[in-house]
Design a protein around this ligand. Sequence first.
Ligand code: ZN
Length: 534
Amino acid sequence: MDFQVSARKWRPQKFSELIGQEHIVRTLSNAIELERVSHAFLFSGTRGVGKTTTARILARVLNCEKGPTIDPCGVCTFCTEITEGNCIDVQEIDGASNNGVQEVRDLIDNVQYATSSARYKVYIIDEVHMLSKSAFNALLKTLEEPPPRVIFIFATTELIKIPETILSRCQCFEFKPLSQPQITQQLELICDQEKIEIEKRGLEDISKIGAGSMRDAQSLLDQVIAYSGRKVNSESVEAVLGIVGGNTLETFVDKLIDRQPAALVSLIQEIVKQGKDLGLFCRSLMEYLRNLLIVKISKEPEGLLNTHTCSLETLKKQAERFHADELQVMFAILTRAEMEMKRSTLSQMVFEMALLRLIETRPFQKIDELINKINQSENTNLQPSLPVQSGSSNSQETISTPPANTVSQNSPVSWDRIKQQVSKTKPFFEHYLEKCRVSVLNEKEIHLVFNDNFTFDLVQTPENIQYLKETAKTVYGHDVDIKLTLDTSQPPAQVAVEEKKKSIDTEDTETGKQKSESEIIQDALDIFGGVVVK
Ligand SMILES: [Zn+2]
C-alpha cells in the first residue's frame, strides 16, 4: 500500500506554497535575505494551520545546499532528508512525551556538539507548552546564549501556557486559522491533481467543518474519498460528515415560518435518527438565518452570502416573511443554544426548547401594531399590555409587594411613553419589554418582572439597565430607579388574559362597547398566545 494521507502528501515544501500565513512568510523571508535570522522562534496557533510545516520549511531554507535561500531546491541531500525526517541535524521533538527536565538536559548536552554536516542544527519542539516548569527553566540559559548555528523552533497550540521568560527570548509568530475559501481552494487543487471528481458544494462543506484547520479538512477529504471513490457527490459528503443538507434546512425554515412546532420537533427527530450531528445542524441554521438577514438588508446580496444551501430566490421569498429584528433574536437564541448543547448531555432537548423559543419570536412586530390598535380603540383603563400587579409571591428575589396605589392612574400612559421612546431609539429592545410585566411604576421607580430566564438574562446587563434609566429620564425629566426581577412562577400570557378578563368583568359598562367580550379575549389570545383557563 503506497497510500499517503493528503495532509502529508500535500504538505507545503517552500514558503510560496504555504497558505494563509503571508505575514509570517514575509517576515521570515526578509530575515533570511538580510541574514538576520533569530536563534529561537515560537510558532503559536490552532492545530493544522501550518506551524510544524513552517518549521520544517525554515530548516530546509537554512540548510539547502543552494542556501540559505527562501526557495530551497527540494532535491539536494539536506532538502530530501529534512522532508523525510531523516536529517541528523534537524531534530523534531514531541514536547508532550519529552517534557521532563532530564530530557531537556540531554537535549542541551546534544546542542553543544557541532553539526555533522548541515549548516544549522535545528531543534523543532512541538507542543512545547507540555514541558514542565523545571524543563523550561533548564532551557533558559541555552536559549539566552545558544552555541553558534543552533536554532530552536517551538510550536504550540496554547500560547498562554508558555512562561514569559521563554517568550521574551523568542521571536514569536501567531498563525491564523485558515479561511473557508482558502481551504476550499487547496482541496480543489488536491482533487484536481488526484483526479477526484467532487462537487464544489461538497468541498465547501468539508472546509466549513475543518473550521480553520487545513489538516482536519484534508483528513475529512480522505474520509469522503474512502467512502465514495473517485466520484464524490454532495449527498455522500453530507452522509460522511453528518451534515444536514440544504433541502432539509429549507424545509425547516418553511415550517418555522408557518409556526409548526410539532413538525419542527419531528424533523429534528428525523435528523437525529439519520445519525446527523445536531450541533452542526444548529450552526448551519445560524448560517441560514444570517443569509436571510443579508438578503433582507442588501440590494446585492450575492457576494455576501457564504453558502450554497439553497437558491437566492428561495432565500428572498423566505426573508420576506421575517423582520430583520426577528432574525437577530433568532440568531441570538441559536448562539446560546449551541453553547448549551456542548455542555449538556441532553443536547437534543436543549435544541428542541430553543426551537420553541424561535417560534415565539415570530409575532413580535405584530404585538406592537396590535397594542397600538387596542390602546387607541379602548379607554386607558383597559391596558392589556400592562398586566398590573399580579400579586404573585413566589419571586426568586423578594420584592416588597407595593400597595395597590403604587401604579397610579396615569402610570400606564407613562409606561407606554417609555416604550415608545425605546421603540424610537432601540426598536430591537422593545421586544424584550413585551416579555415583562410592570409591578411598580411611580415617579421614583419602575419594577419590571420577567417570567423567563432567557429574556431576564438579556435585559439585566448593566448597559441595558443604564439605557432604561436614561430612557425613563427622558420621559420623566428626572432620575428613575429601574429594578428587574425574575419570577418564573406565573406565565405572563395567563396573567394577561386573567387581568383582561377581570377588567372586562368590572368595567364592562365603560368600554364603549366597541368590542364584545369574546372579541377582546380573542385579541389577548392573539397577542399573548395564551389559553383561557376558565
Ligand atoms: Zn536543497
